[in-house]
Design a protein around this ligand. Structure first.
Ligand code: 6GU
Length: 283
């Protein structure tokens, strides 16, 4: 066994393939945290033009839906060729004759399961993800069936609204996943107290934040934050987190485990006339 200096990373990083008819959408992945991670090799992002796997002069990727209805559906053949080619260029596991490694396939769609912080964490632990961006009314369902028999395929939605295509949703997911990769965030603690990270503050939104100057356009920073009293600051922050969660996300506040609330929390929630836990306990 070789001794390694503390903190040195040996992780090979994550490979991320994205297939889309609009590769230009992914220019933002060249900048900021994700861009830096790519430069360092923590993230190997490969963006593919779906039309490269068409064979006709018009580079057709869609056709009318069986059964009728509005819009167009993405053809299965072109997706099959694209995904097969990407998997084929993937790293072989083991030696010659060993089965090829396969990516986890993510299909962004408003009909998918909700993409959550928990799913972001699960995906951040994978070595290889392939995002298949649909446009129009979606991808012929047999594509998901075909690959679902051989590898994990997840249809995921980023929220209850409809986008014109999966590209922006993939940008959202890649950023959420990317910032969780070891060494991507500058501050190792930043991802720990996220509003939706598991742990003590789970189901609580983060409260307001302030920096210098202490007075700006007549607005003062709350005095407690200048006090240097860490106990009082922590208490105040928790109060603000509770208030904000009740105001902005009552359904999250209602799901707080009453066991995680102390006397002070309960008094605050009482003042806000907010009940936590099972609805019909009192009646
Ligand atoms: Cl993942 N795709 C599209 N087209 N619209 C969405 C979405 C995804 N999530 C929410 N709306």
């Amino acid at each position: 066994m070789t001794a390694r200096p503390h903190g040195e990373r040996t992780s090979p990083g994550m490979r991320l393939d994205i297939v889309s008819i609009f590769p230009e959408y992914f220019a933002p992945l060249d900048v900021s945290l994700i861009g830096k991670a790519r430069e360092r090799g923590t993230l190997d992002v490969r963006i593919h033009q779906l039309r490269d796997w068409t064979h006709d002069v018009h580079k057709t990727v869609d056709d009318t839906p069986y059964g009728g209805g509005p819009g167009m559906v993405m053809k299965p053949e072109v997706w099959g060729e694209a995904i097969d080619a990407i998997i084929a260029e993937g790293p072989a596991v083991g030696g010659v004759g060993a089965p090829a490694a396969t990516p986890r396939i993510i299909v962004p769609t408003p009909s998918g399961r909700p993409f959550t912080q928990e799913i972001a964490q699960e995906l951040a632990a994978e070595p290889w993800l392939l995002f298949a961006c649909g446009r129009y009314e979606g991808i012929d369902s047999r594509v998901m069936r075909e690959y679902g028999a051989r590898m994990r395929v997840d249809e995921l939605s980023i929220g209850d609204y409809v986008l014109a295509g999966g590209e922006v949703a993939v940008l959202v997911m890649v950023e959420a996943i990317g910032r969780l990769l070891p060494g991507v965030l500058g501050n190792v603690h930043s991802a720990v107290d996220d509003s939706f990270a598991p742990g003590a503050m789970r189901n609580l939104l983060e409260g307001p934040v302030y920096t210098k100057p202490p007075v700006w356009r007549g607005h003062e920073v709350p005095e407690v934050l200048l006090s240097g009293h860490h106990g009082k600051i922590a208490r105040w922050r928790r109060d603000e987190a509770l208030r904000r969660t009740v105001a902005n996300r009552p359904e999250l506040a209602a799901a707080i485990d009453p066991e995680t609330l102390d006397k002070h929390d309960r008094k605050l929630l009482d003042e806000l006339a907010f009940r936590v836990g099972p609805e019909d306990m009192a009646n």
